[in-house]
Design a protein around this ligand. Structure first.
Ligand code: MBD
Ligand code: FE
Length: 298
């Protein structure tokens, strides 16, 4: 890297990081290798593909285009992105169908575990010059019966005002806009951050080529990602969106649910008497919103 050329965000660079993060991930349950289950799932998947080939009379040129595209997805490291954008929503739907608590949604490819531990009221790590409308997200973690949950944690990560995630785009501090907030003994938390911008799938990689070839758009609405947990309760992985924002009704990853749309309001101005001193403490400083998380028992 030279000190003159600014590194650009590339599909291959963010894909390589997403692939590495996925390999490091420790799932609590590992998929069992039951022969019958593998036989059923793979046989049905292949049967569906053969059905489509026959129904649409797929040509050798198209078959070769598919082969070269699939090879390229791997070379770009974009399997995590591809799968999380176009398939994870169905997996999440199945996984959460018996839950009574708050809605979850997909995790996506950009979670990094072990973000800095922060107190119940905290500002996420961010640059001195961090752009974006300040946002205060506050709330309480509770059980389905309404009991406050002591010992809850709210792990939060989101894109910046340009739509970039730290560790997946160059030039951002490692833990920018990522933190593990430890709620207080009543499950309360107050997180100061900035509102993220919508996220665009990289246009220079295989997923971008597919989107262009199919005439789709490449966008996810602005969103906050969260993992909320408490002792004795099921962890929920979720996202929160912003009412009226671009792509809320047209998310390429089909991960928006009505219960996950926030309507933040401007922070009330101070009630001090020095309203005309221009010190900046009187004007409303961005937006605030309250959102409680309800967790099912483990
Ligand atoms: C994201 O930021 C995201 O949340 C998902 C699900 C897929 C790609 C990028
Ligand atoms: Fe995201």
């Amino acid at each position: 890297m030279t000190d003159i050329i600014t590194e650009q965000a590339t599909a291959a660079a963010s894909g390589a990081t997403a692939t590495e993060q996925f390999r490091n991930k420790q799932r609590t349950e590992t998929a069992d290798a039951d022969t019958k289950r593998v036989d059923t799932l793979v046989s049905e998947l292949l049967a569906a593909a053969r059905y489509i080939i026959r129904r649409h009379k797929v040509t050798y040129a198209e078959y070769d285009a598919l082969k070269s595209w699939l090879i390229q997805v791997g070379e770009d490291g974009e399997w995590p992105l591809f799968l999380d954008v176009w398939l994870e929503n169905a997996v999440e739907e199945v996984a959460s169908e018996n839950r009574d608590g708050s809605k979850g949604t997909i995790e996506g490819p950009y979670y990094v575990p072990d973000a800095p531990i922060l107190p119940a009221e905290a500002t996420l790590p961010m640059r001195d010059s961090e752009e974006g409308t300040p946002l205060l997200l506050q709330g309480q973690v509770k059980g389905v019966d309404g009991t406050p949950l002591p010992g809850a944690t709210v792990d939060i990560w989101h894109a910046d005002n340009d739509g970039y995630y730290s560790q997946f785009a160059p030039g951002l501090p490692d833990w920018n806009l990522r933190g593990t907030v430890i709620a207080d003994d009543q499950g309360h938390f107050k997180i100061h951050t900035i509102e993220p911008a919508p996220y665009q799938i990289p246009t220079d990689g295989s997923c971008g080529r597919l989107i262009a070839a199919a005439g789709w758009h490449a966008w996810r609405p602005a969103h906050l990602h969260l993992k909320v947990s408490a002792p004795g309760h099921q962890l929920i992985t979720t996202q929160l969106y912003f009412q009226g924002g671009s792509y809320v009704k047209d998310d390429i990853a089909s991960a928006v649910k009505p219960e996950l749309i926030l309507a933040p309001t401007p922070v009330a101005a101070d009630t001090d008497t020095d309203t005309d001193t221009g010190t900046g403490t009187d004007a409303g400083t961005g937006n605030e919103v309250t959102y409680d998380f309800i967790l099912d028992k483990a």
